[in-house]
Write a protein that binds this ligand. Structure first.
Ligand code: PEP
Ligand code: MG
Length: 575
């Protein structure tokens, strides 16, 4: 009987294969002082050149296999390895402290690694692994250590390693590598993103899997459930193979939903849309049959830059999304910065409670110049398709009205300059603060639409920091308090004939979908890979029975009770 270990399911699918254990060779850093300063600087420069050659090669392989966007990671590595500030720091250590090149490189890269690690934003935290990846490559060249070439694997394996660097992931050949399993990493790590684009099952964050399994042992990794099975006997293997066939059959079935509308058996129509962070994400949205963009997190445009993006830069990015979505509605959220999201080129005040502080619309209303640059770019882009402008973190009607007044100001400026925009552009808001949910019927008089941001709505209604693992048990999408807030929001909007979407993670949660449908949610927005599953659930339900279910759920008093109710309902509907 197999043993089951639980990690983070980062890329769907079931892999079965022999372990290829990748244990990084411990790199021994020499500590001898040097005399030949020039020779050591030259050695460092040669290491940089050798690394650059590898990276150019990787850009080429990755562009061919996964496209230019994925290859951009190695473009970024090329920049890091030849960064002048880093080179200067390394050369100073060699010259002033007689450190050898390897020691100097280790010290400088460790400093930058720590700097990224300390950042609150998970996106930048993950970039720390890029710095490490580059440092390891450079140090291996300086030490003359062999760099493992994963592209030479020629039998079916599941890779088990501490972490999988972007360069390693890009070299994987799908013909032989059936999946991978790591000690560290989460859903937003590079390894996870790469695994999803390669459509390779991956389970990450198992903490010590490299200590538990041995090279060559048969294991199975389920990237949907996050489970890794070890010590398999023949019965286990038979069950896993059966599950693989079932999974493939299901995948093929889901694909049949790509070009279908989302509509219940009793003809109630809703939309299933996608959340994106950049224009290039639209490709996956279209491939998965997304009926629009329910949330474009525009802050990524700001976070990936080294300056506040100009009106023109923003206009181009927004237009690129609108063009790709061929007339389907694109909701772009205005800058949601602050809290855990920081900018390298702007110093936010330090706060006791950043999540309750100076962020999102609060920051934007305080910086009308920054805000209006974005609003003008959005309005200009609206001329090319169907656009909704959405304000984040609205707590009061006054905030909404002030933001809306700035939109009107920008419209007047564009009219005066004879620049076209869509007069019908919708202006709506996120409902992610309980105060907004409770006051929804009044907000619905001024906003064109709502989108419920459950990631924040849950953290604020349960008073549980969404980044804090110790209080993660309070992330309860099915808690009756939350369901009542959602119901108030939907009813408030519908009273004024406005539509309501949801763009928090809950929208793609299989247990929540029947309840949200029954409560009358009009649009579900989620990561592209969850779209087809969501549509398959909705298209196999009746709106009427979903309404009865949600009314029953709203009478219950705990998350657990509601969960059991929905589970029984899904089972009864063969879902
Ligand atoms: C939310 O809060 O649910 C949301 C979608 O916004 P974000 O996760 O970007 O805060
Ligand atoms: Mg939010």
């Amino acid at each position: 009987m197999a043993k089951v270990l639980k990690g983070i399911g980062a890329s769907r699918g079931i892999a079965l294969g022999k372990v290829l254990l990748l244990k990084e060779e411990q790199l021994v850093i020499p500590n001898d002082k040097i005399k030949d300063v020039e020779g050591e600087v030259q050695k460092f420069k040669q290491g940089v050149q050798a690394s650059l050659k590898d990276l150019e090669n990787l850009v080429e392989i990755t562009t061919a296999k996964l496209g230019a966007e994925k290859a951009a990671i190695f473009g970024a590595h090329e920049e890091i390895v030849q960064d002048p500030a880093i080179a200067q720091d390394v050369e100073e250590l060699i010259k002033n402290e007689q450190k050898n090149a390897i020691q100097a490189v280790k010290q400088v890269f460790d400093k930058y690694h720590q700097l990224f690690l300390k950042m609150d934003d998970p996106y930048f935290k993950e970039r720390a692994s890029d710095v490490n990846d580059v440092a390891n490559r450079l140090i291996k060249h300086l030490l003359g250590v062999n760099i493992v070439d994963l592209s030479t694997i020629n039998e079916e394996v599941i890779i088990v390693s501490d972490d999988l660097t972007p360069s390693q992931t890009a070299q994987l050949d799908k013909k032989f590598v059936k999946g991978f399993v790591t000690n560290i990493g989460g859903r937003t790590s590079h390894a996870a993103i790469m695994a999803r684009s390669l459509e390779l099952p991956a389970v990450l964050g198992l903490k010590n899997i490299t200590e538990i399994v041995t090279d060559g042992a048969m294991i199975s990794a389920n990237g949907t459930t996050g489970e890794v099975m070890i010590e398999l006997d023949t019965d286990d293997i038979a069950v896993i193979k059966k599950n693989q066939v079932e999974f493939e059959k299901n995948e093929a079935l889901l694909k049949t939903y790509v070009n279908q509308p989302t509509i219940t058996r009793d003809q109630h129509k809703v939309l299933v849309e996608a959340n994106i962070g950049k224009p290039a994400d639209c490709e996956a949205v279209l491939k998965n049959g997304g009926e629009g963009i329910g949330l474009f997190r525009s802050e990524f445009l700001y976070m990936e830059n080294d300056h506040f993006p100009t009106e023109e830069e923003q206009f181009q990015a927004y237009k690129e999304v609108i063009d790709q979505m061929h007339g389907n509605l694109v909701i772009i959220r205005t800058l949601d910065i602050g809290g855990d999201k920081r900018l390298s080129y702007y110093q936010f005040p330090s706060e006791m409670n950043p999540f309750l502080g100076y962020r999102a619309i609060r920051f934007c209303l305080d910086h009308p110049d920054i805000f209006k640059t974005q609003l003008r770019a959005l309005l200009r882009a609206s001329a090319f398709g169907s656009l909704g402008i959405m304000f984040p973190m609205i707590a009061t009607i006054e905030e909404f009205n002030q933001a809306k007044a700035l939109v009107e100001e920008c419209k007047a400026e564009l009219i005066a300059a004879n620049i076209k925009f869509d007069q019908q552009v919708q202006v709506g808001m996120m409902v992610e603060i309980p105060a907004a949910a409770v006051n929804a019927k009044n907000f619905a008089k001024v906003a064109d639409f709502f989108s419920i941001g459950t990631n924040d709505l849950i953290q604020y209604s349960m008073a549980a920091d969404r980044m804090n693992q110790s209080v993660a048990y309070l992330y309860q999408p099915l808690n009756p308090s939350l369901l009542n807030l959602i119901k108030m929001t939907i009813d408030g909007a519908h009273t004024e004939n406005k539509w309501v979407g949801m763009c928090g993670e809950m929208a793609g949660d299989q247990l929540a979908i029947p309840l949200l449908l029954g409560m009358g949610l009009d649009a579900f927005s989620m990561s592209a890979t969850s779209i087809l599953k969501t549509r398959s659930i909705i298209n196999n339900l009746d709106y009427q029975t979903a309404q009865t279910l949600s009314n029953q759920a709203l009478m219950l008093s705990t998350s657990k009770e509601i969960e059991s109710l929905v589970q029984a309902f899904l089972k009864k509907n063969n879902l």
